[in-house]
Design a protein around this ligand. Structure first.
Ligand SMILES: Nc1ncnc2c1ncn2[C@@H]1O[C@H](COP(=O)(O)OP(=O)(O)O)[C@@H](O)[C@H]1O
Ligand SMILES: [Mg+2]
Length: 300
């Protein structure tokens, strides 16, 4: 696991003609975590991933990948698994044959190969479809096979560009459990997505906007950065009276349609609030990352 960053980028820039896609980007991805790179379409996520594996050259800045300068990244390709946003499998090979091909490419020994293929096809729920042609798979199945192929050589660093597009929620959960397991083993999993719920599942999140990092940290840190707090909603017999009482104690209160809402600095305060008032009913609303990013991108 170690303290070394899996990826560190400092002042990274890239333009296509007059379009600046990466704009003095700083980004650190510690090793042994699941890291979610979020951002609207065109914000530069794919460009950044392509720069990591040097499919494109940066105009400026510094980047290190698994401790090596990015100019030497080709020497550590065997430690990297990259799943692109585009179709990268052989359409006229079967599911099994595609897996065999990737296993062969990375020189997996026969016994290991059989085990790995079995394990991964089970994980992505394609065991029963191993004889189907890749070109005849549905979008979601194709995506699952791509992921399985990307994982075949047990890479230290996984770069997954929108891996869950078209994958159903149940299987998506399986993917996430697997990613967590890999991170637990010290591997680094970088995922791009535009699905906020998925970002909440990552240990760290970075929000990219117009080629820069608008915010990065753990989901909790990002919520704090955006100034979002949990809200306790209280249904009270005498809302005005109790609201005044709580205000006098220094709480930040709103009344919405007769429901008293308290913005909580910490969850521990719930106990104190309940010592002061006796609600008929109550509900706790946790802040969502989506709202945090909206706020942060408005502020940027
Ligand atoms: N090879 C290229 N040539 C010209 N423009 C490009 C190229 N690759 C990406 N772009 C442009 O760079 C911007 C960022 O693209 P991309 O990194 O794919 O964003 P994201 O993955 O966040 O959607 C887009 O405006 C895209 O059109
Ligand atoms: Mg992209």
């Amino acid at each position: 696991m170690g303290t070394q960053a899996a990826i560190s980028a400092r002042g990274v820039t890239k333009s296509f003609g007059r379009l600046q896609v990466l704009d003095n980007l700083d980004l650190d991805i510690p090793s042994g975590v699941t890291y979610c790179l979020l951002g609207p379409n065109g914000s530069g996520k794919t460009t950044f991933i392509r720069a990591i594996v040097r499919l494109l050259r940066l105009d400026g800045g510094e980047m290190k990948v698994l401790g090596r300068p990015v100019s030497e990244v080709n020497e550590i390709y065997s430690q990297i698994g990259y799943m692109t946003q585009h179709k990268a499998l052989y359409p006229d090979l079967t599911v099994q044959e595609n897996m065999e091909f990737y296993a062969g490419l990375y020189g997996l020994a026969k016994q290991k190969r059989v085990e790995r293929i079995e394990e991964l096809l089970r994980m992505v729920d394609l065991l029963e479809h191993r004889g189907r042609l890749a070109g005849a798979l549905s979008g979601g199945m194709y995506q699952r096979l791509s992921l399985a192929c990307t994982l075949i050589h047990e890479p230290e660093l996984l770069l997954l560009d929108e891996p869950t597009v078209g994958v159903d929620p149940r299987l998506r959960q399986t993917f996430w459990d697997y990613f967590d397991r890999l991170a637990g083993e010290g591997k680094t999993v970088l995922i791009t997505t535009h699905i906020m719920d998925e970002a909440e599942k990552c240990q760290r999140v970075g929000y990219m906007r117009a080629g820069r990092m608008a915010a990065q940290g753990s989901p909790e840190e990002i919520l704090r950065l955006a100034g979002l707090k949990p809200v306790l909603r209280l249904w009270l017999a005498e809302p005005e009276k109790d609201a005044a009482l709580l205000r006098a104690e220094g709480y930040e209160i709103d009344i919405d349609d007769g429901v008293v809402q308290v913005r909580l600095e910490s969850h521990a305060l719930i106990k104190e609030i309940l010592a002061a008032v006796s609600p008929l009913d109550m509900r706790l609303a946790e802040p969502r990352l989506e709202e945090a990013f909206l706020r942060l991108s408005e502020a940027a």
